[in-house]
Design a binder for this molecule. Structure first.
Ligand SMILES: CC(C)(COP(=O)(O)OP(=O)(O)OC[C@H]1O[C@@H](n2cnc3c(N)ncnc32)[C@H](O)[C@@H]1OP(=O)(O)O)[C@@H](O)C(=O)NCCC(=O)NCCS
Length: 170
């Protein structure tokens, strides 16, 4: 299976915040943002492996800044690393200033997707080639994040999470 560049999975979704998507403070609902990120991540995962992909885990979400009604929100999704059937997808969320057009980072998240066959059984995916400094940094940290996610889900014993344990020994 040919490895693929991380950049080949890049997915960019841009959309407005409408009144039906806001909370009583007129800011975007967290759940609406999660759904937008899930969609973008799903497309990025599919672009990497060209298979059916399902969300296995939402590993990390930071709602650092609220996003106001009427904002133009851009969700960027890109694969950071693949393993056997699973793929870690990074999401960066940007908000565009109406007057200047400048973008500022509002939120970020990390999702795990798994490629499956028509019966829902996991299948192998191509390896990832990271190129930029950020892609390489995210690639390097992916194994310990996978182990943390598996430990929290009760699918891995903490003792077996060698990469994760090494982080605490440093
Ligand atoms: C995701 C799913 C396919 C995993 O199936 P499974 O029987 O647990 O298969 P496995 O144990 O072989 O795991 C498959 C891969 O997922 C990874 N994985 C499973 N749970 C994970 C978690 N919580 N965090 C990170 N990775 C996880 C495994 O490590 C494995 O990765 P690898 O093949 O790259 O090593 C299965 O749980 C599923 O179909 N879930 C429902 C998905 C869905 O419907 N999502 C939308 C929810 S509304």
């Amino acid at each position: 299976m040919e490895p693929r560049k991380a950049s080949q999975s890049l997915t960019i979704l841009t959309d407005l915040v409408l009144p039906s998507e806001t909370n009583p403070l007129n800011n975007l609902f967290g759940g609406e943002l999660l759904a937008r990120m899930d969609r973008a991540a799903s497309i990025a995962a599919r672009r990497h492996c060209r298979r059916i992909t399902v969300t296995a885990s939402v590993n990390h979400v930071a709602f650092n800044k609220s996003i106001a009604l009427g904002s133009v929100v851009t969700v960027e999704a890109k694969i950071s690393r693949s393993f056997n059937s699973s793929m870690e997808i990074f999401l960066d969320v940007w908000v565009e200033d109406r007057e200047s057009g400048n973008r500022s980072k509002a939120n970020e998240a990390i999702y795990t997707f798994v490629a499956v066959d028509d019966s829902g059984r996991p299948v192998q995916v191509p390896a990832v080639i990271p190129e930029t400094d950020l892609e390489i940094e995210r690639f390097k940290g992916a194994l310990r994040r996978k182990q943390l996610s598996l430990v929290l889900a009760g699918k891995m014993k903490p003792n077996d999470a060698t990469e994760l344990k090494a982080l605490f020994m440093e």
